[in-house]
Design a protein around this ligand. Sequence first.
Ligand code: NAI
Length: 319
Amino acid sequence: MTISTIAVVGSGYMGGGIAQVLALAGCSVVLSDQSAEIASANRERIIAEAGAFAEQKLFVADAAETIARNVRAAASVEEAVEGVEFVEEAVPEIPAVKAEMLGRISAANPTAIIGSNTSTISIGELATHVQNPERFLGVHFSNPAPFIPGVELIPHDSTRSSAVDAVATLLRSAGKSPATVTDATGFVVNRLQYALFHEATQLMEEGVATADDIDLIVRTTFGMRLPFFGPFAIADMAGLDVYEFCYRSLQTRFTERFATPDALRELVEQGKLGTKTGAGFRDIDPARIAELIAYRNEAYVRVQQLIDELGPHPFDERT
Ligand code: NAI
């Protein structure tokens, strides 16, 4: 199934950005909100914003015209969802509001695939408010939706795979990078982001470094790697035996918080130490290691050039 007609319910910050992305991909998008007036005002807002983005060359030159042509505002949620193939719900993160809205959407359109942009609420719990819930899944964009490519797709126990596939195809056609994750608390994005934030806060509270210096250290050390490599590729390149040793050091103070993960210990026991042995968490062809290192080096130099070109962000201008 190819999706080309969409309703976005909740036309605020995230809903507006999602509508821009999908309209720019050529889809026909209907916006709805608490009233016809709010939906209409938000349509005007995202068109004006698209014009400003185009002037900054962040969107294509005719983005505002494309969005004006492809997005319309509906008088009600029921009118918006009528006859569309996909509905993305982006109302506030209040369970009762989401529950009511998903009930109304699913009653008004019994066949459309329905996605929720929830950041934190269990998809299985939200599914209990959806009629025909096998067409329902989490479709979690990151902020700012127009510019961050990754989108988490979160099926619940009875979501049909064809619904996940159809949304993934839609997102890829809009230039996004969907990844499917299980319906577990925090999903992947927020669980990882909050793990980092949690440790950063502890370091600050213990007086190990200031907030300014922790931010500086993160963005000038391992933060440089993250646009290119995730934690498993990074661990494989560092060497899993090195990681195991670092865990032992961390355990001298944080016995439980930094217990060595079983998956790491098992790989080390098997002699799979990452890139240097040709096997680790990720499959790496040993013949391509030189190519990997060359890519890595160029990536870091070029990202530093971009940082130099853009200059410091406003937080850092003061320091
Ligand atoms: P927002 O407050 O900017 O937008 C919510 C919109 O829903 C508003 O336009 C509001 O008028 C409308 N609304 C409220 N009640 C409604 C109702 N009963 N019927 C129809 N429309 C209604 O909120 P935001 O930030 O766009 O968040 C929306 C969802 O996206 C939340 O679930 C949030 O957790 C999620 N999200 C937010 C991110 C962020 O950084 N802001 C990032 C990723 C997900």
